[in-house]
Structure formats: C-alpha cells, structure tokens
Design a protein around this ligand. Structure first.
Ligand code: S3P
Length: 421
C-alpha cells in the first residue's frame, strides 16, 4: 500500500480500548460468578482470539461492537475444549491461558500463528512447572494437562506482565500461598482487576502475594483507550508542523506511561487534562502540540513501562536533535517480530542514521529522510510506526502489509486520515 501523506494533525478523537485490559476483562470475567458488562472493549484480532478460546471452553460471550457481555462460569466451570485453542498472533492470550489452564481438570492444546510458534513460552512454563504444572513443550503447540498445583516463592527472570499474570492466575488455584518477586515493575492491570473481583492478592512494591481464591465476583468494566495506540498520534502530533490534537479517554496507569515521560524529556508539548479514575484505572485526555524534540537516553526500569512504544519512540528520535540511545531493551527481540532488527533494517532504507546494538539501538536524529518500500514483518506496531515515519520522508513510501494493524488498532488509517489536513 502506498502511504498517503498528510501535512498536519488537528482535532479531538478517541483511540480503541486498551488491549491488555480487554484481554483480562474477558478472561477474568469468564471465571467470575455472575455476568460482566464490558464497554470500550478492543474489537481487534488479538482480543477476538481470546474470546474464541473461551467460547470453546463453554463460556457465552456476546459481542456488540465495543460492548461485550461475559456470562461467567466461576473458577471451576470451564469445560474441556473439543479442539485445539488457537491464539492467533496473541502472546497475551497464549501465556495467560497457560497459567489458567494448568490448574483445570482437563487436558488441552494451545497453538497460534507463525509468529507465536517462535515466541518463547519457557518463561511461563518453567515457573508453572515449579508449581507442579504439566505442560509439554517450551514453544507452541503446547499440551497442557490440568492438575492440582502448589504455591511457590518465585523470583522472576524477566520483567513481563504476561508471565506475572500467568503465575497469578495459577496461584489463585494453588494450594498454599504464592509470592512473586518482580524484577522490575510491569503493567499491573491484573492485580487491579482481580482485587476488585475479590481475589486474595497483596501487592507490596515488587512483591505480590496470592492466596487460594474461592470465588471471583463479576464487575462491569469500562476499558479506557489504549496508550500504546495513542502513542502513534502523540509522536505524529509532536513531529508534524501546525498540529494540535486531543486524544480523549486514554488509560494513564503509571505502569504504562513511560512514553509520556520520554516525550516530555524530549521537549514535546504534552499535557494531561481531565484526570480521573474509571473502574480502578487512571484515565486522562492527552493534548499534544507540534514541538521541537531533542535526543535522550532510554534504559533501566522505564523499559517495561514503554516496551510496546519503543518502535514509535525510535521514530520520534529520528526527528530529535542529537543522539538517542535505547538500551536494556533485549525484550524487543521476542515481540511479534524481532523489533530491534526490524526497526533498524527498515529505518536504514529511508536514510536514517541508526545502529543496532545488543540491547537496543542508537539513532542520530534530525537528518533528511526519503521514501522507501517498507516491510512490516506482519507486526502491527511496525506497520503503524513506519506509517508515521513515512509522513516525514520526501517522496513516496509503501508498506507491504497494512492489514496487520487490525491486531490492536483496526481503525488506525481511518483515524489518521480523519484528523489530517
Ligand atoms: C502485555 C505485556 C507485555 C506487552 C504486551 C501485552 C500484557 O508483554 O508487550 O503487548 O497484556 O500483559 P510482556 O509481558 O512479554 O512484556
């Protein structure tokens, strides 16, 4: 697809619901007692994979655009699926299911697409095995034999909310207490939502203690807009001249706002308005105006707070004065694609001065770039980042796959061109 170019961005709009919260609302709703009404749900491919898996396990889920009703089966009401559970492109669905299904009283198989088959599952299978789980395989397809499991005291090896959530889910079924020690603080939507549903979870800094839980109570959940989707517009609004946008109703949970901290450090004109709390999550309207950016160094414990935004932060740094260093970001190598390689390879095609490192990249910004034929590697966030990059390039650019944006942001191109002049 040829990427149409715009000259400025103006107006107020909303982005689709948060992907992490949408997945959790379905999964946790399915094991609650009672009916959950979810609004603002992300109707994207990944979350629809989650819905299909739970329907296969006997859960009635009605979807009407962004309004979803989940008829909970209780903690012990899931049924053995007749067929393999197919998780598509979704790492969150795959890893969270491992935690939940290892403690059920049935066997099942989990597999996803080509990308999922390459993503490491050992990080979740290994600690679950320490709890007594029986999971065959460290890559998909995985065969899980549900059984009685026991609590553990576990020091996490990676900063990952997917691993943490899988362990929390298993721990709700395990005999005795489980304590998880996080390496760095990762997104905490699970802890917030499960506590509100009545789970026995205590959080003390990086330590989370979970006790066996007898019952979860259904909650109505209003999903805020996804900051990871808003990020593309935050960066484009900052780098395009004569732009002023307001992205309304965006989740600003502090475990997710690394992108705002970094853009402010770079000198972006961003303000948060109308801050409020909606079903336990912090929300605000984000106002962004064109600004002059400067380079920064990004690394350490901010990385989990902006891990999904690093490709679009790399785009921002292409238009920042000076040398931006992104480090401690090895996790990018095991996302939907190897995002260090993908970003460096594709950015080079249009003349960006960028170098790959072991744990990130170095970008010398503020140099002219030209159009190119970009590859997305089937990765939704690559497709959207490259579309933003192409807006600032001279000449024509193309991407080989625009459809993959449907994983997290099906209306991305409509929103982009709807706000443009
Ligand atoms: C997610 C956690 C992150 C993130 C992913 C969604 C979640 O992955 O990259 O897009 O919903 O828990 P990791 O847990 O692998 O860091």
């Amino acid at each position: 697809m040829e990427i149409k170019k715009i000259t400025s961005l103006n107006g107020a709009f909303t982005v689709p619901g948060d992907k992490s919260i949408s997945h959790r609302a379905i999964m946790f709703g399915a094991i609650c007692d009672g009916v959950s009404h979810i609004t603002g749900f992300l109707n994207g491919a990944d979350c629809l994979s989650t819905i299909e898996c739970f329907r296969q396990m006997g859960v009635q889920i009605d979807v009407n655009n962004d309004a979803v009703t989940v008829y909970g089966k209780g903690l012990h009401g899931l049924k053995k699926p007749d067929e393999l559970l197919y998780t598509g492109n979704s790492g969150t669905t795959t890893r969270l299911l491992c935690g939940l299904l290892c403690a059920q009283d049935f066997e099942c198989d989990i597999a996803g697409d080509e990308s999922i088959a390459k993503r490491p599952m050992k990080r979740v299978c290994e600690p679950l095995r320490l709890m007594g789980a029986k999971i065959d395989g460290d890559y998909c397809p995985l065969h899980i034999t549900g059984k009685e499991i026991n609590g553990i005291d576990y020091h996490m090896m990676v900063a990952s909310a997917q691993v943490k959530t899988a362990l929390i889910l298993a721990a709700m079924y395990a005999n005795g207490k489980t304590t998880i020690h996080e390496l760095e603080k990762s997104r905490d939507h699970t802890e917030l939502m499960l506590r509100a549903m009545g789970a026995n979870i205590e959080v003390d800094g990086l330590n989370i203690t979970i006790d066996k839980t007898d019952r979860l109570n259904a909650q109505d959940i209003k999903v805020p807009g996804d900051i990871s989707s808003a990020a593309f517009f935050m960066v484009l609004g900052a780098i395009l001249k004569n732009s002023e946008i307001t992205i309304k109703n965006v989740g600003i949970n502090p475990t997710r706002t690394g992108i705002i901290d970094v853009l402010l450090d770079m000198g972006a004109d961003i303000t948060l308005e109308n801050k409020r709390v909606v079903t336990g999550e912090q929300v605000a309207d984000i106002k962004v105006r064109s600004s002059k950016l400067k380079a920064v160094t990004i690394g350490g414990d901010i990385i989990p707070r902006l891990i999904d935004e690093l490709p679009i932060i790399a785009v921002a740094s292409v238009f920042a004065e000076g040398k931006t260093v992104i480090k401690d970001a090895q996790e990018l190598k095991v996302k939907e694609t190897n995002r260090i390689f993908a970003v460096v390879n594709e950015f080079k095609k249009c003349g960006v001065d960028i170098k790959e490192t072991d744990d990130g990249m170095i970008i010398n910004g503020n140099k002219p770039i030209h159009g190119a034929d970009f590859k997305t590697y089937g990765d939704h966030r690559m497709a959207m980042s490259l579309t933003v990059l192409a807006q600032m390039a001279s000449g024509i650019s193309t991407i080989d796959d625009d459809k993959c944006v449907s994983v997290s942001y099906p209306s991305f191109f409509d929103d982009l061109y709807g706000l443009s002049k």
